[in-house]
Design a protein around this ligand. Structure first.
Ligand code: DCP
Ligand code: MG
Ligand code: MN
Length: 360
């Protein structure tokens, strides 16, 4: 994990991690979960090293003791030749390209993409044809995903994210007055010039203001009703299941589609409402990036904690061959200690990283 107190490692480790990530993606697309996890683990281990791998001797260091024989061979090959033959040999085959295109339809995961590929679908156009011919049944999300495929494929300029954010802020203000806090997260908060979707996090401004507000689900329900009524929200995704009674979590989450009246393009929007006490954890998690979250959570786990968008608690590995990765969670850490994201970095002994420094 590259934000340990010592200087972040770059160079070899960085390049190696990218090579292993490519292998991971390759096996992911083949559905080989075991190899996928193994390469993911190696890539994130490499990204987290506090020292630079510069010679064969480094492979003996205790930080690398979990690596298997094949992985060591690849590292050695890289140190000796500057590349890994196995990765050089990877080329995107036609199946991979087709599977990726199909998974670009919102609501289509690898399993569905494979099934459709097996029926001869190679492209979005193929899917549309088969739907027309009545050979393919889509679920509700996929109907929307296919209809709005070209819309969702278009990146959202920063300024438009800002406008969409304003629309939601006004709805919050209109319904709850100044009690709610709204943050644009995801790639927007990481400073990207354009975003794939709009990610908005909502919570009360303070525990006092949370009092009497209703549950997160109720708050979200009101906002969705208001935003739908005014025509801002146009489609619900995930079968609009957000309001169903999942008692295990205190937060609420909505996936949908929105549009500004003056714009042509429909945009994907994710809304999350969290309790005040979870706010810094939700902000950190919803800001990403995804790989950054994974490496920070892995770092936390190695330090004996389990980090999520709800909080942090003590966690113990199941002892065994080290592959099982089963986790017993212990007592939560007092959430009142965490007001900002920086409090979480501090707690884990990590140097703070600004959102735009969280790409990996
Ligand atoms: N996230 C995560 N793990 C996932 C999905 C999301 O940790 N499987 C977190 C990290 C992401 C954030 O949620 O940064 C928002 O998810 P998005 O899918 O919206 O991704 P980004 O906003 O980072 O990129 P994009 O511009 O493509 O929306
Ligand atoms: Mg996003
Ligand atoms: Mn999102």
């Amino acid at each position: 994990f590259a934000c340990q107190r010592s200087e972040p490692a770059r160079g070899n480790n960085h390049e190696l991690a990218d090579l292993f990530s490519r292998m991971q993606k390759h096996y992911e697309s083949l559905g080989d979960g075991w190899r996928e996890r193994s390469y993911r683990m190696t890539a994130s281990l490499l990204r987290g090293l506090a020292f630079e791998i510069s010679g064969p001797g480094d492979l003996q260091r205790p930080e690398l003791r979990r690596l298997g024989k094949k992985t060591r061979e690849k590292l050695l090959e890289f140190l000796q030749t500057g590349k890994i033959g196995r990765v050089e040999g990877l080329h995107e085959d036609e199946a991979t390209i087709a599977l990726n295109e199909l998974q670009g339809i919102w609501g289509v995961g690898l399993t569905t993409a494979r099934r459709w590929h097996g029926m001869g679908c190679r492209s979005v156009a193929d899917v549309r044809q088969r739907v027309k011919d009545g050979q393919l049944q889509l679920n509700q999300d996929q109907v929307i995903g296919l209809d709005l495929y070209e819309h969702f494929a278009e990146r959202i300029p920063r300024e438009e994210v800002q406008q969409l954010f304003e629309a939601v802020r006004e709805a919050c203000q209109g319904r709850f007055g100044p009690r709610l806090r709204l943050e644009a997260c995801g790639s927007y908060r990481r400073g990207k010039a354009s975003c794939g979707d709009v990610d908005l996090l909502i919570s009360a401004r303070s525990p006092e203001e949370e009092f009497g507000l209703g549950s997160c689900k109720e708050v979200l329900g009101h906002l969705i009703a208001d935003l739908t009524k005014q025509g801002f929200l146009t489609h619900d995704l995930k079968g609009s299941k957000w309001h169903e009674g999942d008692v295990s979590t205190s937060s609420a989450c909505y996936f949908g589609v929105c549009k500004l009246p003056e714009k042509e393009t429909y945009r994907r929007i994710d809304l999350k409402v969290h309790p005040v006490l979870e706010f810094p954890f939700a902000l950190l998690s919803f800001t990403g990036s995804g790989p950054f979250n994974r490496s920070m959570r892995l770092f936390a786990r190695r330090a004996g904690f389990s980090l999520s968008d709800h909080g942090i608690c003590q966690a113990n590995h199941a002892r065994g061959n080290g592959r099982g990765q089963r986790l017993w969670t212990g007592p939560p850490i007092d959430q009142h200690r965490f007001i900002t994201e920086k409090d979480i970095f501090d707690f884990l002994g990590l140097a703070y990283r600004e959102p735009w420094q969280r790409e990996v």
